[in-house]
Design a protein around this ligand. Structure first.
Ligand code: NDP
Length: 243
């Protein structure tokens, strides 16, 4: 078959949580450019230019349900879920309030559970689905000052691998991406000396661009990754090697 006759890859219905900025926005733009039907969630304001958006707070199950219903009506049931929304609230353990711990876990881990559960029914009906959870290198290595964040990101691995076991027979995969340090609002707030110290530990000696995380998501969403499930894919410049 000549390249002119090659069938184009299927256009999937994609939902990216927290897709109005940072890594989520890069993922959404990358998947839209690849021909998928992409909606991003945002908590306020307008959708990013050129993308469709739906209001959603992942800490609120009713808001998640309403967002999925809107996406289903606009572009069909979600076939590729990218659970990306996340927050940090760093401080050392002895100073960390219970609200800080549960708040971060609620957004990063319980939020992922909420969207995965809501996405699963449509994927089961379709006998096809891809769930991709954005974790962090810190979920595997731990991070001083990040007991809440690391616990939430580590929890995503158990969540994804359980989903992979439960739903694999229905052609639904669940994988985790563990980025290292990515140049976004989340890391731009770090003091310069901390940024410098981080870069010195990264074998590739730089932060990732958000689009480099998006490339890994696009791979896991593609037909080329059909036999990959329960995997944790690092996109960390080598920072987490050995975990
Ligand atoms: P940003 O802070 O730039 O963006 C976070 C996104 O999540 C925003 O769109 C934000 O929405 C959204 N969000 C936060 N809480 C909620 C909520 N309760 N409901 C819905 N949306 C919410 O972060 P990044 O782009 O850097 O991070 C994206 C993901 O990647 C996160 O899960 C993060 O933990 C992970 N990650 C980031 C790394 C980095 O170095 N930057 C490294 C490893 C992992 P809003 O605009 O409304 O606040």
């Amino acid at each position: 078959m000549s390249s002119a006759e090659k069938p184009s890859p299927p256009s999937r219905s994609v939902l990216v949580t927290g897709g109005n900025r940072g890594i989520g926005l890069a993922i959404a733009r990358h998947l839209a450019a690849a021909g998928h039907r992409v909606t991003v969630t945002h908590r306020s304001g307008e959708a990013p230019e050129g993308l469709s958006g739906v209001l959603c707070d992942v800490t609120d199950a009713a808001s998640v349900d309403a967002a999925f219903s809107a996406v289903e009506a606009a572009q069909g049931p979600v076939e590729v879920l990218v659970s990306n929304a996340g927050i940090t609230d760093d401080t050392l353990l002895l100073r960390m309030s219970e609200e800080s711990f549960t708040g971060v876990v609620d957004a990063n881990l319980t939020g992922a559970y909420r969207v995965a559960k809501r996405a699963a029914s449509g994927m089961l009906r379709k006998r096809w689905g891809r769930m991709i959870f954005i974790s962090s290198v810190v979920g595997l290595s731990g991070g001083a000052g990040q007991v809440n964040y690391a616990a939430s990101k580590s929890g995503l691995v158990g969540l994804a691998r359980s989903v992979a076991r439960e739903l694999g027979s229905r052609n639904i995969t669940a994988n985790v991406i563990a980025p290292g340090f990515v140049d976004t609002d989340m890391t731009r707030g770090l003091p310069d000396d901390r940024r410098k110290a981080i870069v010195e530990q990264v074998p590739l000696r730089r932060y990732a661009e958000a689009d480099e995380v998006a490339g890994a998501v696009a791979f896991l969403a593609s037909d080329a990754a059909a036999y990959i499930t329960g995997a944790v894919l690092p996109v960390d410049g080598g920072l987490g090697m050995g975990h």
